[in-house]
Design a protein around this ligand. Structure first.
Ligand SMILES: Nc1ncnc2c1ncn2[C@@H]1O[C@H](COP(=O)(O)OP(=O)(O)OP(=O)(O)O)[C@@H](O)[C@H]1O
Ligand SMILES: [Mg+2]
Length: 225
């Protein structure tokens, strides 16, 4: 059975796509069939080029997925997903996301799912990103953008994941601020408080080609329901 992971982050713009791409490249280098999925994307270009994250995940995947499976919800407005969904007159259905994930899992060894924003981002009146992770049955990988405020954001995210009974499979330190003072000490503080060293510690590297292949990630994944 295929395995999957749900890549979440301490905030929007902290490197979830960069890490998801790096995981896909690493799995491919390790000899696996791997496919990316972005269940809910908010911000779709009218010119037809779609959503940038969906494009980058597809480019790093070794399995060609049906667009509606790789991205069940492509919402036009680049705003919070539940607001973008409301504006489009759409209700996000977690079962539809789960069915798409199952189809991807059936055609691959690993599915790398990217959330949107952080762990408690609403997806509808009563559902949020952690409900989606739960419905997909996946453990989470937390991408921490290493910048001032990241300790609080990371520890709150981990607390939410664990309080909701979900599995935090690991975390990635992503050095998004080259000028940050005491960045190493922040990473060390997180390793101590999260209970594990980071699976990867990504240096600052501007540009969207900056993601290295992350090898040996398979152990983080859980069975895709
Ligand atoms: N380690 C890094 N060094 C330099 N720039 C980075 C690094 N990680 C990410 N970035 C840049 O920060 C921006 C946001 O990264 P990315 O798109 O991966 O974040 P995200 O969490 O997926 O965002 P979103 O919430 O929009 O999905 C991108 O322009 C990316 O190139
Ligand atoms: Mg992204």
């Amino acid at each position: 059975m295929a395995a999957g992971i749900f890549v979440t982050g301490t905030d929007t713009g902290v490197g979830k796509t960069r890490v998801a791409v790096a995981l896909l490249r690493g799995l491919a280098a390790d000899g696996f069939r791997a496919v990316g999925m972005k269940p809910v994307a908010a911000g779709v270009d009218d010119g037809g080029s779609g959503n940038a994250d969906v494009r980058r995940l597809a480019a790093a995947s070794t399995v060609v997925a049906a667009p509606a499976d790789a991205n069940p919800y492509a919402l036009a407005a680049p705003i919070a997903p539940h607001l973008a969904a409301a504006r489009a007159g759409v209700a996000i259905d977690l079962d539809r996301c789960a069915a798409a994930c199952r189809r991807l899992a059936a055609a691959s060894d690993f599915v790398v799912v990217e959330g949107a924003g952080g762990v408690l981002v609403p997806l509808g009146e009563r559902i949020d990103m952690l409900d989606l992770a739960r419905r997909l049955g996946l453990p989470l990988l937390l991408v921490v953008g290493i910048r001032l405020g990241c300790l609080n954001h990371a520890l709150l995210s981990a607390l939410a994941i664990r309080t909701r009974g979900l599995t935090l499979a690991g975390w990635v330190a992503n050095r998004v601020d080259p000028a940050m003072d005491a960045a190493d000490a922040n990473v060390a503080a997180l390793a101590e408080r999260l209970g594990a060293p980071p699976f990867a510690d990504l240096r600052w590297a501007p540009g969207d080609e900056g993601a290295p292949a992350l090898r040996g990630a398979a152990r983080l994944f859980g069975p895709a329901a």
